[in-house]
Design a binder for this molecule. Structure first.
Ligand code: F6P
Length: 309
């Protein structure tokens, strides 16, 4: 997010615009938590995770009264265009806000979940993915040394993009994601066949949003089965480690491109759209489509998880 903020700020200043940062997202808009930005405000931040402007969830922004306050504050500051960086909640809020108050707004996709329609990748996804893979590699050492079965839970909310890609990149024996039906009987027999053959250890990557539950629930299902009595089974939940840390090169470049593109879109008169990267080209997608359409998982990748274990 910092890389995106840096790019949007510098592009706007170079284009002769004044830039104001809004702290704590929509809540800051309601409370008038504004900070003037110049080139140096965004110096030395590209390598840092998170966002210097901080982030917040705002229940007040869900109400028309809250959004009215936010619009009044923006107008009082002379703010006539907004760049909003965030996930589906941010972009859904942006669409409603534009429809009610007509202040031009361009969204940038920022979420580790990669679940936004209108872009192949979201800002933060690649960093989270690399963190997940790094941890899976480390877990494999214990799994291998002790002949254990590990269920590793990764984030992604209702989507399996992190699970699928970290499963392939981490060489997991199985990947469980919400986009496909998870059949506990099939899982059990697959694990038995793996553990009895060449794999004395196995790693199953579980998306936190899997319809059967996260790694803890699946582990408890397995433990209730007597045939698992001799399998040394452990759960590891990677959790918020995936949401922080220095961004990867790929994320920094994506965020920089999208930050510049968002400002260009505003200058060109676009409003109520999200900038994204599709097939390596900048594309604009109406905000409504971003949160109302579902981005589909790559089923070819899913095939790889079975083929390669
Ligand atoms: O949407 C991003 C995300 O990191 C999800 O993957 C995860 O379920 C959620 O946010 C965690 O949110 P919180 O930090 O509020 O628990």
């Amino acid at each position: 997010m910092n890389a995106c903020l840096r790019a949007a700020t510098r592009k706007a200043i170079t284009s002769g615009k004044k830039v104001v940062g809004i702290r704590r997202g929509y809540q800051g808009m309601i409370e008038g938590d504004f900070v003037p930005m110049d080139n140096s405000s965004v110096s030395n931040i590209i390598q840092n995770g998170g966002t210097i402007l901080k982030s917040a969830r705002s229940d007040q922004f869900r109400t028309p009264e809250g959004r009215q306050l936010a619009a009044d504050n923006l107008r009082a500051q002379g703010i006539d265009g907004l760049v909003a960086i965030g996930g589906d909640g941010t972009l859904a809020g942006a669409a409603i806000f534009f429809e009610e108050h007509k202040i031009p707004l361009v969204g940038c996709p920022g979420t580790i979940d990669n679940d936004l329609f209108g872009t192949d990748e979201t800002i933060g996804f690649d960093t989270a993915l690399n963190t997940a893979i790094e941890n899976i590699d480390k877990i494999r050492d214990t799994a291998d040394a002790h002949d254990r079965l590990f269920l590793v839970e990764v984030m992604g909310r209702d989507a399996g993009f992190i699970a699928l890609n970290s499963g392939i990149g981490g060489g997991a024996e199985m990947v469980l994601i919400p986009e496909t039906l998870t059949d506990i009987k099939k899982i059990k027999s697959h694990i038995h066949s793996l553990m009895s053959q060449q794999h004395r250890s196995s790693i199953v990557v579980v998306a936190e949003g899997d319809e059967l539950g996260g790694a803890t629930q699946i582990a408890s299902e397995l433990r209730q089965d007597d045939t698992f009595a001799n399998i040394d089974l452990r759960v590891c939940i990677l959790g918020h480690t995936q949401r922080g840390g220095s961004p990867t090169a790929r994320d920094r470049v994506l965020a920089s491109r999208l930050g510049v593109a968002a400002v260009e879109a505003l200058i060109d008169g676009h409003a109520n759209v999200m900038v994204g990267l599709i097939d390596n080209q900048i594309r604009l997608t109406p905000s409504r489509n971003v949160y109302s359409r579902k981005k589909s998982i790559n089923f070819e990748l899913l095939g790889l998880t079975t083929l390669l274990n």
